[in-house]
Design a protein around this ligand. Structure first.
Ligand SMILES: [Zn+2]
Length: 285
């Protein structure tokens, strides 16, 4: 396996999904949602080879099945794609399906041991905030005026605990952001088309959200798949709205991970044996 392969536009477009308006209007902003395309991992069935070409998987998590050296090379590629420099520091968190976020202030050193949280926010330049997912919903938020960024990881547990709604409120509190000025993007995650859940989740969401009924769909018309389905993307869009973000400033990127297993890692569709994607955001120095 070689390292130091230079990136190209093919790799960037397929490996890192971006919000077109942000690219156009916020040149100081680093951001993107990774796919599984364009790495060197072979543990999950991609046809990679040992020459470090771009036909392997871009697994960005230190999973049990993958080789750490390949994950490190994938991370190096992702960081270079997002920032233009492979040495840019990643601020990672240890995700625990909570409603808690951590703050990294300008001038503070980036932690060497990842803190337990499901949201991370910062006004520091030159650092890439990151969350990892493989079905859960990644959400990126930025304030163009104050140059503040945030990343959130929302599975059903974090969503019930309002990770995004509480996270945006915290962002505004810590950095003096006006919510109506924020831009947000919801990345690839399991869609309401595929996320079959049990009745107990409807009860949990029903106890917490007045709009819970709008998040669930029951399919029992004989057309498979049947059952109860939860739309986590919509749930998190609602949280952004409730936190004061304008609907027209919320972008959706990538779609359903379980529907597109050649493009994305899906924990559900690949029955737990899968890689991790990374959603990143930062402020260029
Ligand atoms: Zn789907």
């Amino acid at each position: 396996m070689t390292t130091g392969t230079s990136t190209n536009s093919w790799l960037r477009g397929d490996s890192l999904l971006r919000v077109a308006e942000w690219e156009r209007e916020l040149p100081w902003l680093w951001h993107g949602f990774s796919t599984r395309v364009g790495g060197v991992s072979v543990a999950y069935g991609a046809g990679g080879d040992d020459k470090g070409e771009t036909c392997g998987d871009l697994n960005l998590g230190f999973t049990a099945e993958d080789e750490p050296e390949r994950v490190r090379e994938n991370r190096r590629r992702l960081v270079e794609l997002a920032t233009g420099c492979a040495e840019t520091q990643l601020a990672l968190i240890r995700q625990i399906h909570s409603g808690a976020s951590v703050v990294l202030r300008a001038g503070e050193p980036v932690w060497s041991e990842a803190p337990q949280a499901d949201g991370v926010m910062s006004d520091q330049t030159g650092v890439l905030l990151a969350v990892q997912t493989a079905d859960c919903i990644p959400v990126l938020v930025a304030d163009a005026e104050r140059r503040v960024v945030a990343a959130f990881h929302a599975g059903w547990r974090g969503t019930v605990q309002r990770i995004v709604e509480r996270g945006v409120a915290r962002l505004c509190e810590e950095f003096g952001c006006a919510p109506e000025r924020l831009v947000a993007a919801i990345g690839p995650g399991i869609g309401g088309c595929c996320y079959a859940v049990g009745e107990e989740l409807r009860t949990r969401f029903g106890a917490e959200f007045a709009y819970a009924d709008a998040l669930f769909r029951r399919a029992d018309d004989g057309v498979l798949p049947s059952g109860l389905f939860l739309d986590l993307t919509e749930a998190n869009r609602r949280q952004l709205l409730d936190a004061g973000v304008c609907g027209e400033r919320i972008a959706r990127v990538g779609g359903c991970t379980a529907c597109q297993t050649k493009r994305f890692f899906s924990y559900r569709a690949q029955r737990g044996r899968t890689g991790r994607m990374m959603s990143v955001i930062g402020i260029a120095p």
